[in-house]
Every structure is written in structure tokens, then in C-alpha cells.
Design a protein around this ligand. Structure first.
Ligand code: CP
Ligand code: NVA
Length: 308
């Protein structure tokens, strides 16, 4: 049994295996109806709890569908409706859920909730986003990049905007998959230096460049995310927008990257804020493949969690 808590906490060979499996399961489904089960039904007779303490479209639908395609069933739970949101400890919740279900995916605020869940659950626990990371997203992003451009090792990825949870998982992946990572954004919203150091220690070249046009020079992939994450105070919205406006990904910025540079965004996007519609809907954008690949990547993650 394996937990999937973060990219930097998962063995390198396992990560590569997950990406390869994801591509294989995607391939095997070509031409099939969208909801048809996988032949070997690795989750047959298994129940998976999907706990959400924050909103979600992609994570909710792709996990739910993925479990069903693999022959299992899901229970989608909202944190606020559970005793979890009313004082029952995470540890006790984990112990109880482990008596009912075979796997737990949780989207929560504090990373400590995820960690406590994993410590006290006797079934695999998957990180469906915390304030600090979003590993399933970046597994799908690595898969998407490699589908379009081959191995990501040695390539240049540029993050534009807020050094947030999704940015952190990209840094974790830079160390594990061996690509270069450049952050461009205001100093107040720099990525976590602990993760910058971690990636560098693993041999990844990590650069912080305040000038967005310089930052994207030679980029193979340009990435944006919302300027206000679900865990950010709404009262900080205007201040963040003012700081982040120079880092919007528009056509002019993309023209400074490599001509065949891809554009990614984990979605939901705020059109004309962090990215223009022209880029989102333009020829370099792979955002819909990226969203689809959440399904395939997470199916591979769940297979790995149950020892497949
Ligand atoms: N990218 C992502 O995790 O989307 P949701 O918030 O819709 O799940
Ligand atoms: N950084 C965003 C990602 C949403 C999928 C957030 O945490 O709200």
C-alpha cells in the first residue's frame, strides 16, 4: 500500500512508472466510450472516499470517473458535512474511514490535515490539493508535456505569477524529473525557498527572474495559474492583482518563448487576468489535454497506491 502525498515524497522510479502507466491506460482507451471500464478492473469491489473541503470540478469528476472506469465505487464527501468539520479529530476520522473504504482522496487547506490522515489511515491516502501543493495536477502536466514534446528532462519550464501550491508541486517535479524551472513574479509572492533549495539539491536549475520577458526566453513550457487561490483571503484580491498584472501571459510574452513553447494552466482560469483568451485558445495551448490527463494520471496513481 502506498500513499501519494507529494511528488518530492514519492520515489523517482515510481513517478516515472506512474507516467508510463498513465500513457498506457490512456492509449488502451482510445476509441472507447468515455465511461467504459478498464479490462483488468484494478479497483473491483473497492470503495474510494473523495473528501472535499474546497470546491472542485476537475479533481472531483476525474477521480470519480477514474475509480468507476477501474471497476470501483466512490463516495463523494464534503468536509463541512462530516464530523471532521465539527471537531472530530483527523486521526479518528482516518481510523474510522479505514474500516469502511479502501482508499481516501482528500482536498483540504492545511497540509497537516493530509499528513495526519495518512499517518492514521490504514488505506492509501491521496493529496487532491492542499494550500501547499497539488501533486496530481503536476503528474498530469508532466504527462501532457511528454505527449507533445517527448522527455521533459532538461527542458525549460517557466512559471508566471504567484509562487503558490501548484508552483510548489512544479518545483518538486523539477527535482524529480530533472527539468529547469524559472519563476517570474513579484518578490512578495516568491515560491517557497525550501522547495527551491530541494529542487536545486537534486540538480535542477532553478532561476528567479523578475522580468517576465527575459524569464520566458528559451522556454519549452509557459505556465500560469490563478492570482487568488482558494486559500487566499479575498481581501487581498486587489493587492494581488496589482502586483501580478505585469506577469499576465499574453501573446507578446509567448512570442519571447521558443516558437513551439507549450502553454499550460491547471484551470479554473480567469480569462484576461493571469492569461489572455488569445493564448488560452491559441495554437500553443494544451490546456484541454492537460485537464483530460488528470483522469489518466490519477488512474495510474490509484493503481500504484493499491500496489498495481
Ligand atoms: N485543476 C484543478 O484541480 O481543478 P479543480 O479545482 O476544478 O479540481
Ligand atoms: N492555486 C489554485 C489551484 C486550483 C486548482 C488554488 O489553490 O486555488
Amino acid at each position: 500500500m502506498n500513499h501519494f502525498l507529494d511528488i518530492h515524497k514519492t520515489d523517482k522510479a515510481a513517478l516515472r512508472g506512474i507516467i508510463d502507466t498513465a500513457r498506457r491506460v490512456k492509449e488502451a482507451r482510445l476509441g472507447r466510450p468515455k465511461a467504459m471500464p478498464d479490462d483488468d478492473l484494478p479497483l473491483k469491489d473497492r470503495m474510494v472516499a473523495l473528501i472535499f473541503e474546497k470546491p472542485s470540478t476537475r479533481t472531483r469528476v476525474s477521480f470519480d470517473l477514474g475509480v468507476r472506469q477501474m471497476g470501483g465505487q466512490t463516495m463523494v464527501l464534503s468536509g463541512s458535512d462530516m464530523q471532521l468539520g465539527h471537531g472530530e479529530t483527523i486521526a479518528d476520522t482516518a481510523r474510522v474511514l479505514s474500516r469502511y473504504v479502501d482508499m481516501i482522496m482528500i482536498r483540504t487547506f492545511d497540509e497537516a490535515v493530509l499528513e495526519e490522515m495518512a499517518e492514521f489511515a490504514s488505506v492509501p491516502v491521496i493529496n487532491g490539493l492542499t494550500d501547499r501543493s497539488h501533486p496530481c495536477q503536476i503528474m498530469a502536466d508532466v504527462m501532457t508535456f511528454e505527449e507533445h514534446r517527448g522527455p521533459i528532462a532538461g527542458k525549460k519550464v517557466v512559471w508566471c505569477g504567484d509562487g503558490n501550491n501548484v508552483c510548489s508541486s512544479f518545483l518538486h517535479a523539477a527535482g524529480q524529473f530533472g527539468f529547469d524551472f524559472t519563476f517570474t513574479g513579484p518578490v512578495q509572492l516568491d515560491p517557497e525557498m525550501e522547495f527551491v533549495g530541494l529542487a536545486r539539491n537534486q540538480g535542477a536549475r532553478v532561476t528567479i527572474e523578475r522580468d517576465p520577458l527575459k524569464a520566458v526566453e528559451g522556454a519549452d513550457l509557459v505556465v500560469a495559474d490563478t492570482w487568488v487561490s482558494m486559500h487566499d483571503a479575498q481581501s487581498a484580491r486587489e493587492r494581488r492583482h496589482n502586483m501580478l498584472r505585469p506577469y499576465q501571459v499574453d501573446k507578446r510574452l509567448m512570442e519571447h518563448a521558443k516558437p513551439d513553447a507549450l502553454f499550460m494552466h491547471c484551470l479554473p482560469a480567469h480569462r484576461e487576468e493571469e492569461v489572455t483568451s488569445e493564448v488560452m485558445d491559441g495554437p500553443n495551448s494544451v490546456i484541454w489535454d492537460e485537464a483530460e490527463n488528470r483522469l489518466h494520471a490519477q488512474k495510474a496513481i490509484m493503481r500504484w497506491c493499491v500496489g498495481g
